[in-house]
Design a binder for this molecule. Sequence first.
Ligand code: HEM
Length: 396
Amino acid sequence: MKIDLLSPASFAAGQPHAQYDWLRENAPVRWHEEPDGKGFWAVTRHADVWAVDRDFQTYSSEPTIMISDPLAEAGGFGPYKMMLMMDPPEHTGFRKLIRSEFTEPSARLRGERIQQLAKQIVDAVIEKGACDFVDEVAGEMPSFVIAELMGLPLSDGRELYKLTEIIHTAPEALPPGAGGQAVMKMFEYGSKVIAEKRARPGDDLASKLLACEVDGRKLEDMEFLLFFLLLVDAGGDTTRNLLSGGLVALMENPDQYAWLMADLEGRLPRAREELLRWTSPVIYMRRTAKRDAELGGQQIKAGDKVVMYFGAANRDPAVFDRPGVLDLSRAENPHIAFGTGPHGCLGQHIARIEIDAMLREVLTRMGTFELAAPVEWLASNFISGPKAMPIRFRAT
Ligand code: HEM
């Protein structure tokens, strides 16, 4: 089997499950060459991904979680780091600053507003009978939620989301320098937020971040900007891709769709978890070994890159019964689409509320839908999901 987990072409029709299956079965921790880099270990079994993600003492998130990240490897933003690329105890201190905003009870408090936003999003397309589901429906929700969290106009959330999309696209698929420019634009916008929120603080996460203290001091501007970039990036196209990829899965499995619709409210929680397992929107996270270790029978050397493939782990037959079957009624579903360990997705409770709210609105109101053109997938080996998805629907 030809294994290539780098080329965006391997992800052009969704995640390369045939490659994942072969790797899990034959070489669960396998050395993968890298044309412009030193190569990496590809980890595909659930137990190994789980172990690597939790063992931060052996597998570091520094200097970066991307397989190739010339900026970070060359020293990044000097002394400043994004929380996602820190190890405990430094990471713990930063995560604590915003943790309370993301607990399950805090997320639940936002439920009613998020449901209202979902209604507003579907209201905007419902009369048209056709739309691009990715841009006009699925992408709107995370853009609006991040704007609300940060206390920004909803329309700005949409602009920030467009920048996220560029940042997560493989550099080969973009004009030269476009990714870096998108990061700079995000920082420019973040700098305006700093000025506005310092002048007129509100009851929002941006104001709270600017007011809080880490190690007895206020956050520096660059620390705030990296938090801002992380929150906008992490919460944007992940949720969108779950919604779009989830709808594709429902269209491809009409029996499952019918099962769900027979008791949408009662069946939504299990169905949502299965769609998370099935789509696994974050393809991988990279770690760097801090010391020699053994993993899946392989000798890992200090300094080696170790890459966890969440989509592969989520179809591991050692953990999931009939992993290649979409079963919305799946009762045991220990998927790791949100990762695990110290970096396990901070936004997962909000993400679940966003997903439920959107599925409720879309499935009950845009009821009968079909693809108007084939789905076009993102050219990315990092984030998986449809890039464009024109649909026709009949309002119900
Ligand atoms: C379906 C939607 C989502 C998926 C699949 C997802 C997935 C992930 C994954 C795989 C990680 C890395 C975990 C690890 O390394 O073990 C992560 C981290 C993170 N996510 Fe999410 N995410 C989603 C939505 C969100 C949302 C809505 C937000 C915020 C509003 C968010 C905020 C974060 C943050 C801040 C981190 C970094 C946590 C840390 O470094 O401690 N995510 N997410």
